[in-house]
Design a protein around this ligand. Sequence first.
Ligand code: CP
Length: 348
Amino acid sequence: MQVTEVKSKTGLPRHFLNTQDWSWSELCALLDHARELKENPIQPLLNGKSVALVFFNPSLRTRASFDIGATQLGGHAVVLEPGGSSWEMAFGEGEVMDGAAEEHAKEAARVLSKYCDIIALRAFPKFRDWSVDRRDLVLTAFATHASVPVINMETITHPCQELAHLMALREYFGTDDLKGKKYVLTWTYHPKPLNTAVANSAAMIATRAGMDVTLLCPDERYLLDERYMGFATQNAEDTGGSFEVSHDIEAAYDGADIVYAKSWGAIPFFGNWEAEKPIRDANKHFIVDEQKMARTNNACFSHCLPARRNIKATDAVMDSPNSLIIEEAENRLHVQKALMTTVAGTKV
Ligand code: CP
């Protein structure tokens, strides 16, 4: 197979930081290519290419699927864990590095750009101050200083998960047109406050696909950041779908076609999680169970994984024929292969 490299029109690297930065037709092209790669997984599209996978946080799916995906396309992946097996890293502009960090992202991004053709990065919020976390400083530093494309492997959004989720829904319903589907994004209990990234992403991609989206959460304190509420609202307006908030479990589940579950920490309590705990503990009944699913239009269920069984969703829901959890996780491999070839400019 002859692989021709296509340079970006601007000469600048084409980062994949957030799906909102990519047009709908570009996202659909990625999914079309992912479908081809699912059919024919071994192709030399990344021959001689290297990908740095920089993990500030743990992973099973993301790490395995990027590494194996690069290998299946003839490329090579190197995993780096700042603060673990590689140097702890600072990333603040003008930072006086008198703490534990030995290296700044300015150097790390530029050095890795000399070795690699793509840098992919996972950096979760610190959970102390959302006004800082929402600036996505690690990803922004790498995107600013790298001279190769940067892929977001989950920071305050999880765009690769969005693609895999959308691909799984298209496969399940047997159509690329999901307009008119009733989509419920439900908060669930979890003993610890978790990242809002997947919820932000689900709200964005479901509205982008023109579905009628309900964000179900215990109360106003669990609303997503205004940036992502705004994207979801605007997307719904643009596509003719809808985006609404509900705190009524039964009404939200009634007639749903899709139930997507995720737990997240309430933004007003960042840095004050002890105060959030009683509120969280009072909402264990948000678990996705058979009784709630029985109210739906025989809905499919999914979750990004990892998921605590019988805490977020019951065994019966996780293992039901309508559960897409494994299909969605599988699709991470296919969509990320499509993504790597696209940003590397080697898609034929
Ligand atoms: N869904 C997801 O990103 O899984 P990992 O955290 O295991 O990578």
